[in-house]
Design a protein around this ligand. Sequence first.
Ligand code: UGA
Length: 432
Amino acid sequence: MKIAVAGTGYVGLVTGVCLAEHSHSVTCVDIDDKKIALMRAGISPIYEPGLEELLVNNMERLNFTTDYKEAYKDANVIFIGVGTPEKQDGSANLSFVYGVAQQIAESIEKDCVVVVKSTVPIGTNDKIEDLIKSKLVHDVNVYVASNPEFLAQGTAVRDTLHASRIVIGVEEPYAGEILKEVYKDFNAPIVVTNRKSAEMIKYASNDFLALKISFINEIANLCEIIGADIEDVTLGMGYDKRIGDRFLNAGIGYGGSCFPKDTKALHWLANFHDNELKTVKAAIDVNENQKLKLIKKSRKYFSSFNGLNVAVLGLTFKPGTDDLREAPTLVNIPIMIEDGANIKAWDPVGVENFKKKYPDEITYCNTIEGTIMDADVCFIFTEWDEVKSFDLSKYSKLMKTPIVLDGRNCYDLTSARKANIIYDSVGRETIS
Ligand code: UGA
């Protein structure tokens, strides 16, 4: 089977490389020739654990090109894995997806299954099929299937090779059979349904997880007020299999390229149909507030950042990625800068991306020790392992005033108590 993949971002490249790992020949297409040159040289253009090794190991089955016509013309299956960024009004921008659909229509010379992996609003697969069919240059059959992806950044390769489920949305059996064949060596349950249900499974899954996080963040905020401990509360809740113990980590809100965008997109879609998703709206509102939680807490300790030495540990929206999209730091750090803080920041992989936004306003450090040296306050925004395993006694040794505001509950309270620091985290007692 000849497979082409449009787009070499997180979804497209991981899909392409994992399909090659399962013995398929895959041509990955992108408009960016610099990215193509990198991948041809065996270098992954995105930071994703395990991806580069897998790419190098499967080089003989992988092709990288900007020549979409050549890639699509005789492909049996074409995956669309391009981005669907958020528009100003919260709806999804589908111009990249439709652009690829147009190129497919111009290029295909034999019957083919077009598989939409990008996260698209419900009903978009129908529109893609209409668009391709109306613009076809050759007299061929084209079948559009929805096949949403459930990979998370930082664990994308594992999530794809050991998927929790494979969802296939089709309107006729043929495309379903082809996709089952594509995925025959993937050891995962397969759910075959119609296209709109497949599209909904993706949104409902992400929005449910976002809701779970916002729910636990609200409970954590209440725990602080009434003197309960969120870590014990979630431990006690998580044993109930109906609730589960995952995605119950309270913190400073969800970020990334998916939850913020997908919650807003589904909410927008519901509104468009005169229907309100009240729970999803609540998840969005809670998250916006939660992102500012540490700044609000900091007012207990000082009234202004002016002239303060501020240490920032972690810049990315979560560990294991250099991605800054919707990261809480992007709303917190501008406030500190505006208020006159002297900021030193550390992140193991996110610095280069952050420098593009703030080249001169921040001093970037290579070590946590260097970052917290002489600081008046330290903010933890990302729970990197290096932060979690950091010797807590160093905060009091190196900082001017050892106030640690932890947005990711990296330390247990017993250790914090012994470390002679002021430790203020989420949903737990403040140690002082
Ligand atoms: C998310 C989903 O987890 C994937 O299943 C989905 O395929 C993907 O979106 C997508 O639609 O492409 P991702 O955005 O990479 O993946 O990252 P997550 O690990 O889900 O984390 C998202 C945010 O939630 C992070 O900011 C993280 O810090 C936060 N989070 C997560 C919490 O605050 N608490 C938790 O318990 C879990």
